[in-house]
Design a protein around this ligand. Structure first.
Ligand code: ADP
Length: 223
């Protein structure tokens, strides 16, 4: 294979994209590139981008296309992610971002777009109880907390509720998902890249479904 797998994951907030991406990135030995994690790291470090983005993020609004697109483009060009491969999480999120992505990875093409499908009622429940490690972004919940006192099992960081996991921000993010991101399902179906994966079940069961779909897509490279 000339380059590593070039993958995108779509799915509502709380569908389990982050958890699946960590496992898929290990399995395929490709970096997990999360626009949300990159933005949150900018917020924590109080960079000019972070200072500009914080308010919109807390309210559940999207950051302007040009800003996020530039951030991801720079990340993909750095460390030659285009040859090592990648799994993109949280980007693209609008039609303009999807078109920009096709353009800046050209002449490469995505191998597959995973659409993690989870019912709305389930994601709302998951988001309200979600807790994340501030340092390594490992995901926990109030029903599955870290072993010791909200200290991350993986890295020892503090496990907290995300600033945008409030009721009003969750409602707004899901609304924007339907309006801005859902149309990408058609976009990638038309490009013959979409893999619908049932996101309900154990993380391992969901992972197996995704790997099967991705492996089938990767075989097409040889045809
Ligand atoms: P979620 O999917 O749970 O909303 P993310 O971590 O993917 O969380 O994103 C958090 C926030 O970061 C979004 O609500 C938005 O403000 C901003 N953001 C992340 N990715 C993008 C993007 N591709 N385009 C615009 N805004 C983005």
């Amino acid at each position: 294979m000339d380059t590593g797998a070039l993958l995108v994951i779509l799915g509502k907030q709380g569908a389990g994209k982050g958890t699946q991406c960590v496992m898929l990135s290990r399995y395929y030995a490709i970096p997990h590139i999360s626009s949300g994690d990159m933005l949150r790291s900018n917020v924590r470090q109080k960079t000019p981008l972070g200072l500009k983005a914080k308010q919109a993020m807390d309210a559940g609004e999207l950051i302007p296309d040009e800003i996020v697109t530039e951030m991801i483009k720079a990340r993909l060009l750095q460390d030659s992610a285009l040859s090592t491969g990648f799994i993109l999480d949280g980007f693209p999120r609008t039609a303009l971002q999807a078109e920009a992505l096709d353009e800046f990875i050209s002449p490469n093409k995505l191998d597959a777009v995973i659409n993690l499908d989870v019912p709305q009622a389930t994601v709302i429940k998951r988001l309200a109880s979600r807790r994340v490690c501030q340092d390594c972004q490992a995901v926990y919940s109030t029903s599955m907390p870290p072993k010791i006192n909200w200290t991350c099992d993986v890295c020892g960081g503090e496990v907290v509720q995300r600033d945008d996991d409030t009721e009003s921000s969750i409602i707004r993010r899901l609304e924007l998902y339907d309006k801005e991101t859902y149309p990408l399902i058609d976009y990638y179906t038309n490009a013959n890249l979409l893999k619908n994966i049932n996101g309900v079940g154990s993380t391992d069961a969901v992972l197996r479904r995704s790997i099967k779909a991705i492996d089938t897509a990767l075989k097409l490279r040889y045809k």
